[in-house]
Design a protein around this ligand. Sequence first.
Ligand SMILES: [Zn+2]
Length: 268
Amino acid sequence: MIEFEQFEDTVTCIKTASPLGGQAIMWVYAYHVEDVVIDAGCWNAVEELRTFTKKHKVKRVFVTHNHEDHYGGCAAFLPEAEVFTGPITLESLREPYPLPEFFQFVWGRPEPVTEGKQLEATSIEVGEFSFEVVNLSGHCEEMVGFWEPERKWFFSSDAVPLPSRKQMSMPEENIPKMIIRMQEIRNRDVAVLFDGHRGPILDPQDHIDKRIQFLSNLQVQVQDMVAEGKTVPEMKQVLGFPEPWYLPNTERRFGVEHLIRSLAEDKV
Ligand SMILES: [Zn+2]
């Protein structure tokens, strides 16, 4: 399914999702600015995205990272548009990684895209806008965001966690690095944060601060337990974070222990 939301005159939010009982299971946002889209939505909305591309000019697609909800819709923009992204994401575009059935249901299994090009530019010109390409690795090994300093817009993809109290993660998430990335975004005096799953956020400082604070406190707590010699399963028991019903369906792609391990290892 697809929905559109207009932000001011210039940004169209393209929301894609799989429906369940007529509702979106979870929205992912792509952003259309002039003839560019930032991220491509999910595969399960590829037909709706194709309809969109027939009516709107899209010449360039910039994919932020290699998670299937962000790159899955790329095929819909071809062959009219060029797709740009980092080398790790290019690899996933060419050969999408196997997905547990649960994620095939939630986002869809993307078809391979071989036409992608490596994003080498440090800034991109889009009509009247100039976007700085910003390294946001942390949520995964390779992720980029886009910063428009005139408007103070930051397209942050998945750099800022959706929940204010993030209690589980993927194994590739480096939580200490995510905290640093959020602090870096916070230091930019952002007016609007264009989040990958929440859309435009108009109070970004408060939004980011809550997430930095929760994870920083957790980092201290985990480090204290490391000093006491506690193991990850012991720390998990102490923290007592609830595990949602769908967690087993993710086949360990998400877990409370991944988050604790990342904080315990404390490598950035
Ligand atoms: Zn992601």
